[in-house]
Design a protein around this ligand. Structure first.
Ligand code: NAP
Ligand code: HSE
Length: 425
């Protein structure tokens, strides 16, 4: 059987996971998949950790050009992360006619429309199963399964780090910084964890998943983004008391030519299947007009789960060759697409007010004047003549709620609008 040589750029968490699977399962893959894959070269900026792994020095590459010009290497895995130099390196590899397998959702969300044409022009492929939802094969499913369905919704928990943090804060009362530190130590977080906690990572992933699901570019810049850094222990407690669990959700919907896309924390009803997705696990719901609802669940981050997606792409690339997106991958949505910013949602609103007669009714009036209907309201007195008022609303227009809050903030007896979290209906 012919040896198929590949290279890896960036042997950290994900690259290391892929390396371990390719080496550890080499004979199994050769026997069951019929491909004899060898890692000929590895490019990294620090070779000390690789030496500790017992990787021989002759495998260490000096430059991306060395990989590109090596006629024995058929494919290169990019698991360095970030936009540059990853973009330049991938471009160099694709221009040499070798396929690339990447886990880099940021690069893909920002430069997919530039990289795919380079792959096409050089008869090679750009594979990216590992970029979204770790080891869960949702990209493959979107490309190869239910091809006759119109996908109307893709939504769920698609960031492992924030789900780990929120789970720890909810179930163990862990503080935010400790939980984030643990997620970093476990290899779930991005090199700059701001990308996770501020929702960028989920925004990039939703851009990729939404584009594939809805067959039109969904630029990441068009997706509303809010992270979890403003979620307090108080919000988590209030959520629990009201029968909800707080999760960072990514929500994409297509109704005809109207597309709605957003990433934000949400109150998820405790009985909803997404409420029980904890730790670094992820879950993605898809709805197709024929197949109905599907839920994909599994490890959303980490070395071996994400390594599994990388290895799967490597085998697919070597065995089946490239495939390309089936929509106009220009970086812009199709002309007839309307991106909807004024979506409908329920809301949890927590406000600190002076503990005086009539305050609640003034706030209710503002909400009512904006067409926002209250589902439940509670008031807790505090020691300093203030009170905390919590509202749950019925489904209301996003813009109407935001407009109401601007007015409420300026009411004389309102001390602060402390939290606003959308509620999953
Ligand atoms: P990581 O642990 O930091 O690994 C990245 C590796 O690449 C490190 O060895 C790093 O070296 C090396 N590297 C970075 N810049 C380089 C450069 N310019 N030249 C050569 N080597 C370079 O990161 P990771 O968590 O594996 O993430 C890698 C990619 O996978 C990212 O795109 C990330 O978004 C994506 N991803 C991660 C996960 C996950 O669970 N971690 C899951 C899915 C997708 P240093 O150690 O010296 O920085
Ligand atoms: N930082 C990402 C996460 C890695 O926590 O989900 C997986 O893409």
């Amino acid at each position: 059987m012919k040896v198929r040589n590949i290279a890896i750029m960036g042997l950290g968490t994900v690259g290391g996971g892929a390396y371990d699977i390719l080496v550890g399962n080499h004979d199994y893959i050769k026997r069951t998949r019929g491909v004899d894959i060898r890692i000929k070269k590895i490019l990294d900026r620090d070779y000390a950790p690789l030496e500790k792994r017992g990787i021989p020095r002759e495998k260490f590459a000096e430059s991306v050009e060395e990989l590109a010009s090596d006629k024995d290497i058929e494919l290169v895995v990019e698991t360095m992360g970030g936009v540059e130099p990853a973009k330049t390196f991938i471009t160099t590899i694709l221009k040499s006619g070798k396929s690339v397998v990447t886990a880099n959702k940021e690069l893909l969300a920002k430069h997919w429309s530039e990289l795919e044409p380079i792959a096409k022009a050089n008869n090679c492929g750009l594979f990216f199963e590992a970029s979204c939802v770790g080891g869960v094969p949702v990209i493959r499913a979107l490309g190869e399964s239910f091809q006759g369905d119109k996908i109307t919704a893709v939504y769920g928990i698609i960031n492992g780090t924030t789900n780990y943090i929120l789970s720890k804060m909810t179930s163990e009362g862990c503080d935010y910084a400790t939980a984030l530190g643990e997620a970093q130590a476990l290899g779930y977080a991005e090199a700059d964890p701001t990308s996770d906690v501020d929702g960028y990572d989920a925004q990039y992933k939703l851009s990729i998943l939404g584009s594939l699901a809805f067959h039109t570019c969904l630029p990441y810049t068009s997706i509303l983004r809010e992270g979890i850094s403003k979620i307090t222990a108080n919000d988590i407690r209030n959520a629990r008391d009201l029968g909800y669990i707080i999760k960072l959700l990514a929500i994409g919907k297509r109704d005809g030519n109207r597309v709605e896309a957003r990433v934000h924390p949400a109150f998820v009803p405790a009985k909803h299947p997404l409420a029980s997705v904890s730790g670094a696990y992820n879950a993605v719901y898809l709805n197709g007009d024929a197949v109905g609802d599907l839920m994909f669940f599994g490890a959303g981050a980490g070395a071996r789960p994400t390594g599994s997606a990388i290895v799967s792409d490597v085998i697919k690339a070597l065995k089946d060759g490239p495939t390309y997106t089936d929509f106009d991958n220009s970086g812009r949505p199709d002309k007839d697409i309307e991106l909807v910013g004024d979506f409908m949602s329920g809301y949890y609103i927590c406000i600190t007010v002076d503990d005086k007669a009539g305050v609640l009714s003034r706030i209710s009036t503002v909400l009512g004047d904006n067409g926002v209907s209250i589902k439940a309201a509670t008031q807790e007195p505090s020691s300093d003549e203030s009170a905390t008022v919590v509202f749950l609303t019925h489904a209301a227009r996003e813009h109407a709620v935001m407009q109401s809050l601007k007015t409420i903030e300026n009411l004389a007896s309102v001390r602060s609008v402390d939290s606003t979290v959308r509620v999953l209906e």
